[in-house]
Design a protein around this ligand. Structure first.
Ligand code: ATP
Length: 363
């Protein structure tokens, strides 16, 4: 539905986007994910028409949007730039775009009611926006942007201003709301959305596909689970919270991947396409791959013994840091109940790594 083709952008002499290409299908939720300053917002603003690309094209259903001003693109926005009117009531805020489109009073009232029900604010029409909580205000902003049936919804850190608990709550709900909002003529599919965030959890929870950006370039595009299972680069692995990157050499490739690492031989269930025995790889042991085993256990696969350096209890999880080979460290998240079985820092313990929790990257 939307095509971003070879888009580049510089501010003065500073390049911020390098040759970005991306296709967004109808009904899809695509998240742009990356660290602060990697160019996510700039790319979104180019799609919106708020910023001009230095090179490349943005096409909506094959039509080049160059020269089409923001208000003629028919997109919905949930941006800091498009804040709510704080001294108007909920109804007037949600009705704003519909009034601009010249809708009749009845059609307008019906649509506002429908949108408020969708975002869980039915009955709050008369409330002033400044009397609402932060989370409720974000719901009003979402209802306002969805009300005029936008062809495409653009969201820039929509949950950024909320505290952690509210964010978690809205994260799950946002996906449901976007899925349930019929897109224009197609009643079956949800609305097509591009969503910018720097929060990996938010992107994984909301997106159909995640675009991981680094310094103005696309590092990897994939479905959340696919990215998590098979990060393509060390940057992606680290950005998704995987700190255990071990250099290694393939001893055996598909279907039974075996890699020699400083921890010994490790078995993994997947590896990079086309890789063969002898190739250098990076083994990524995900934080959730470990389980505690008896220190006396032997002759089983993927056993790792190390000295316990740190233990940090986080409720449902306990984060452990192990050291091996003097200075190297490994960090894992065990289920919270394992905290009771852990030895004291300084003592040795043994873990076993699930082969499905180890990804191999080509080097
Ligand atoms: P954040 O999450 O912090 O908003 P981002 O990934 O969205 O980061 P952008 O806002 O797109 O990043 O910014 C990319 C780079 O371009 C940054 O280095 C930023 O300082 C720079 N930049 C953005 N807008 C402008 C502008 N109008 N003029 C000059 N430089 C800009």
């Amino acid at each position: 539905m939307l095509t971003i083709r070879n888009v580049s952008k510089a501010f003065g002499d500073t390049p911020v986007l390098h040759d970005i290409s991306l296709e967004v299908a109808a009904g899809e939720i695509v998240c742009l994910l990356g660290p602060s300053g990697c160019g996510k917002t700039t790319l979104l603003r180019i799609v919106a028409g708020l910023e001009q690309a230095g090179a490349g094209q943005v096409l909506l259903e094959e039509r080049d949007l160059a020269g089409v001003p923001v208000h003629r693109r028919g997109f919905g926005f949930m941006f800091q730039d498009f804040a709510l009117f704080p001294h108007r009531n909920v109804y007037d805020n949600v009705a704003f775009g519909l009034r601009m489109a010249g809708q009749s009073r009845e059609a307008l009232a019906g649509r506002v009611r429908e949108m408020l029900a969708l975002v869980g604010l039915a009955g709050l029409e008369a409330r002033q926006v400044h009397e609402l909580s932060g989370g409720q205000q974000q719901r009003v902003a979402l209802a306002r942007s969805l009300a005029p049936h936008p062809a495409l919804l653009l969201l820039d850190e929509p949950l950024g201003s909320l505290d952690r608990t509210l964010r978690e709550e809205l994260m799950g709900e946002l996906r449901r709301i976007l899925r349930q909002t019929p897109a224009g003529s197609d009643e079956a599919a949800g609305i097509t959305s591009i969503y910018v965030t720097h929060d990996q959890q938010e992107a994984l929870a909301i997106a159909d596909r995640v675009v991981i950006m680094n310094a103005g370039r696309v590092e990897q595009i994939g479905a959340p689970l696919a990215l998590y299972r098979q990060p393509a680069t060390p940057f992606v692995a680290r950005f998704l919270g995987m700190e255990n990157l071990l250099p290694g050499q393939l001893v055996d490739a598909a279907p039974d991947w075996l890699v020699a690492t400083p921890l010994g031989l490790l078995r993994s269930t997947a590896g990079p396409a086309g890789a063969a025995a002898g190739d250098s790889v990076l083994a990524v042991a995900r934080p959730d791959a470990a389980r505690l085993v008896d220190l006396a256990a032997r002759d089983e696969e993927n056993l790792v013994a190390g000295q316990l350096q740190e233990v940090s209890f986080r409720g449902s999880q306990v984060k452990i840091t192990l050291s091996y080979a003097d200075s190297q460290r490994l960090v894992f998240d065990l289920p919270g109940h394992a905290a009771g079985e852990l030895p004291a820092p300084g003592q040795w313990l043994q873990i076993q790594l699930d082969p499905a929790g180890i990804s191999l990257l080509a080097r």
